[in-house]
Design a binder for this molecule. Structure first.
Ligand code: NAD
Length: 285
């Protein structure tokens, strides 16, 4: 038996189609969702991400602004821009591309974004709302993981989910979301003893570590759903996940490929958040 593939590209396209239709509905009421993306410095990967976000906005009929600032931008200058965007009616979502240059405190910048425009879901109030189960703009990669599960009929309710990795960006929020979806959640990390044995208990295994091909076949219960968030560049230039795909696919029930699994979902969920924020602002159900 070989695992069924969780096709993130196809699911992402399906959601984008739904978003497009929602945008049409909003445009008929003179509302266009608007996203501002802020990039400080010349980081090559960040430039690609920012370009992809602007393109997604174009494709879906969103209004977008890209603010490209030099690496020498001061923290005060960046905070002044965020303050302006917080008050700008055409903008419903603000995304500051991370990482920022070392002289700028990431926390100060994230804290400055208005909570109702926090489409990355990294503001402490958004994180708190996620934790207590209030309505919030959810962090994009973790909510993408949940969409992948639900749209392949792998409802987390009643399942044992094991999450490997406890970062603020992926591991912790995805654990909270799985809990919210009524899974029983085990959070694991680099200090977890007997990790393969713990992982093997999972009905749903979510891996967000950043170590290429860490998870092998003997970490996976036969038939389990394996979601690989990892994105690692091998020496030969190829992209690979935190799961050894060829080794694990024969035993898993479902598996996300890398690329083409979780990756395509992140920008799509960002668009979803911006749409949600626009609807909220204008009181549209
Ligand atoms: P991080 O470095 O912030 O966190 C990694 C976590 O893994 C830590 O909590 C650490 O305790 C744990 N860890 C490290 N080594 C371990 C080991 N040997 N065994 C068990 N746990 C271990 O990373 P992150 O930001 O959470 O990202 C994780 C991976 O996901 C990276 O490959 C990153 O590129 C990828 N990622 C992908 C997307 C996307 O697809 N859109 C988004 C974010 C992150």
């Amino acid at each position: 038996m070989s695992a069924r593939i969780i096709d993130g590209k196809r699911i992402s396209e399906e959601i984008r189609e739904e978003i497009k239709q929602e945008v049409e509905r909003l445009l008929a009421r003179d509302v266009r969702p608007g996203l501002a993306v802020v990039l400080v410095g010349e980081d090559a990967a960040s430039q690609v991400y920012v370009r992809n976000k602007a393109k997604a906005c174009d494709d879906l009929g969103f209004y977008s602004e890209v603010h490209r600032l030099p690496a020498s931008t001061t923290q005060d200058e960046l905070l002044a821009l965020i303050d302006r965007l917080n008050g700008q009616a055409s903008i419903h979502g603000i995304l500051v591309q991370l990482p920022l240059p070392k002289h700028i405190q990431e926390k100060a910048v994230i804290d400055a974004i208005a909570v109702d425009k926090d489409v990355d879901g990294f503001h402490p109030v958004s994180v708190g709302n996620l934790m207590i189960g209030d309505d919030a703009l959810l962090p994009c990669t973790p909510s993408g993981v949940i969409e992948l599960l639900k749209r392949t009929g792998n409802d987390p309710a009643g399942k044992h989910a094991v999450v490997i990795g406890r970062s603020n960006i992926v591991g912790k929020p995805v654990s909270m979301l799985l809990l919210r979806e009524n899974a029983t959640v085990t959070m694991t990390h680099s200090r977890t003893p007997n990790l393969p044995e713990v992982a093997r208990q999972a009905d749903i295994l979510v891996v967000a570590v950043g170590v290429a091909q860490l998870v092998k076949r003997d970490w996976v219960k036969p038939g389990a759903v394996v979601v690989d968030v990892g994105m690692n560049r091998l020496d030969n230039g190829k992209l690979c996940g935190d799961v050894d795909y060829d080794d694990v696919a024969p035993v898993a029930g479902w598996i996300t490929p890398v690329p083409g699994g979780v990756g395509p979902m992140t920008i799509t969920m960002l668009m979803q958040n911006t749409l949600k924020s626009a609807k909220r602002t204008h009181g549209i159900a």
